[in-house]
Design a protein around this ligand. Structure first.
Ligand code: ADP
Ligand code: MG
Length: 238
């Protein structure tokens, strides 16, 4: 598995600076939640971890390897987005096997890997269905299945539950946590929802306007916020 070290990372889009020197240490197997208001730079940071945005300054290491110039496909990461965009014309099996198919994996390998992920996620009976025949929660599970089959060192989630209704959101939180406890893959999870952060994180990183305000275990932030922003953000209702 892998540690993730984000060292003084800055990001500018043209003249507009959106991250001002962000540092976060993530331990092997840790579940870290990046939380903060809309526009504070969470997705940008996650996309830099994934290699989908270049790094203006600073350094990101996954395990011992600095990945600033490593393309996304060589980073050993898998990302689950908010709009999980399954391919509508492909079955669940084909959606989950797609990255392996691109890599020209043999059919037996695809079946074994998809079977393994489907078992973990309870999707075994749904492999021949199309996305339109699935509920929102089932689609979200397929999106996670696509990530699991890649056997990544790091999972990246960008607000994966924000399109689901409240009840399903609570259920999927528990499922994602359970998945993490089972697979112990280092996870970086982005949300703007304080409750989600408090209930899911080993460590919360509170961001605001392109800076880290405070990082620590949920109870530490709750009991000992180091500034008013953190106190207000963590303490306020979702
Ligand atoms: P969050 O995910 O926390 O809501 P983002 O990382 O999406 O925030 O955005 C942070 C800031 O960067 C916002 O002000 C956003 O408008 C800006 N931004 C994000 N992507 C781009 C881009 N490709 N070009 C210019 N500005 C961008
Ligand atoms: Mg975002």
């Amino acid at each position: 598995m892998a540690t993730v070290d984000i060292r003084n990372v800055m990001k500018a889009f043209g003249a507009v600076k959106v991250l001002h020197g962000v540092s976060v240490d993530i331990a092997d197997g840790e579940f870290v939640v990046l939380v903060g208001p809309s526009g504070c730079g969470k997705s940008t940071l996650l996309r830099m971890l994934a290699g989908l945005e270049n790094i203006t300054a600073g350094e990101i290491a996954i395990g011992p390897r600095v990945v600033n110039n490593v393309p996304p496909k060589d980073r050993d990461i898998a990302m689950v987005f908010q709009n999980y965009a399954l391919y509508p014309h492909m079955t669940v099996f084909e959606n989950m096997a797609f990255s392996m198919k691109l890599a020209k994996a043999p059919r037996e390998v695809m079946e074994a890997e998809v079977g393994r992920a489907a078992k973990i996620l309870g999707l075994e009976a749904l492999l021949q269905r199309y996305p339109r025949q699935l509920s929102g929660g089932q689609r979200q599970r397929v999106a996670m299945g696509r990530a699991i089959v890649r056997n990544p060192q790091v999972f990246l989630f960008d607000e994966p539950l924000s399109n689901l209704d409240a009840k399903l959101r609570v259920q999927m939180r528990a499922e994602i946590k359970e998945l993490h406890q089972r697979l112990k893959v280092t996870t970086v999870y982005v949300t703007h929802d304080q409750i989600e952060a408090m209930t899911m994180a080993d460590k919360i990183v509170v961001m605001n306007s392109g800076n880290v305000e405070q990082a620590g275990p949920p109870l530490e932030l709750y009991d000992r916020p180091t500034n008013l922003f953190v106190a207000g953000f963590i303490g306020s209702p979702a």
